[in-house]
Design a protein around this ligand. Structure first.
Ligand SMILES: Nc1ncnc2c1ncn2[C@@H]1O[C@H](COP(=O)(O)OP(=O)(O)OP(=O)(O)O)[C@@H](O)[C@H]1O
Ligand SMILES: [Mg+2]
Length: 239
């Protein structure tokens, strides 16, 4: 379970897409070492929250703090250097490059010894053995599940302190969902805190320490994994 130290904090954050309000006073915190889940209906502001954290959606009000430091308006490049990695729901990879090269690109932004990068590559292959089998293959030929593994693996290669994942189970077969959730859980052993958006509440309830139920751009309830499940069954507990 996570520590008491807060790594990420959103306080009364507001953001818009043009005239459309996406975040309307969003506040929550994530403890170092935790796995926290954002759930809620379509359009609730789940993806917008991740985008605001990693600087892709400008914040008009409130504050986002990473390790106690305000990061509103910080460039994504700088945020990566600070230890934040983001995998969006489209799982963007470089399709014409090999699996290996996609992973090595993930390590590009950090100063790390060749040995360190090699060790991290071994960790990714231990988490996702299929990526080692396909390491010389072009990434575009991978299945949807393998692309998701590659996107997570590439994010790991930047050695983040905080990993933001938008719907990692999207369009994956149940067996792959289990595999991906297991890998996310293991990332904790490598000092990574994870904040993920998830539609598959049951799958995420097995690995999350806590969840936030979002609606209309704000947090409506905070709870344990069991509460996450009860919300998805329709008996939502409002905090
Ligand atoms: N590119 C965009 N342009 C305009 N409005 C957008 C855009 N992306 C999202 N929105 C709006 O912002 C609000 C929050 O959207 P967001 O993408 O965060 O929802 P979500 O909770 O991730 O939903 P989903 O489960 O469908 O992915 C919604 O009202 C949505 O319609
Ligand atoms: Mg979304």
């Amino acid at each position: 379970m996570g520590s008491e130290v807060t790594i990420l904090e959103l306080e009364d954050v507001r953001a818009k897409y043009g005239l459309v309000s996406a975040l309307d006073g969003m506040s929550f915190a994530v403890g170092r070492g935790e796995i926290a889940a954002l759930i809620g209906p379509h359009g609730a502001g789940k993806s917008a929250a991740l985008k605001a954290i990693c600087g892709l959606l400008p914040v008009s009000h409130g504050e986002i703090r990473f390790n106690g430091k305000a990061i509103n308006g910080t460039s994504m490049e700088r945020l990566v250097a600070m230890g934040i990695a983001y995998v969006d729901e489209k799982r963007l990879i470089f399709p014409s490059m090999s699996v290996d090269d996609n992973l090595l690109l993930g390590a590009y932004c950090r100063r790390r010894s060749t040995a360190g990068v090699k060790a991290d590559l071994s960790t990714v292959f231990a988490l996702f053995p299929v990526l080692e089998e396909r390491s010389g293959q072009t990434a575009g030929t991978l299945s949807g599940g393998e692309k998701q593994m590659l996107a997570i693996g590439r994010a790991f290669m930047s050695r983040p302190r905080l990993l933001l994942l938008d719907c990692p189970s999207l369009r994956l077969a149940p067996i792959l969902v289990k595999k991906v959730m297991g890998a996310i859980s293991e990332l904790r052993q490598h000092g990574i805190t994870t904040l993920l958006v998830e539609q598959n509440v049951k799958a995420v309830s097995h690995i999350a320490d806590r969840g936030y139920f979002l609606e209309k751009g704000r947090v409506m309830a905070t709870g344990s994994p069991a509460e996450l499940l009860s919300w998805s069954n329709g008996s939502r507990l409002v905090s």
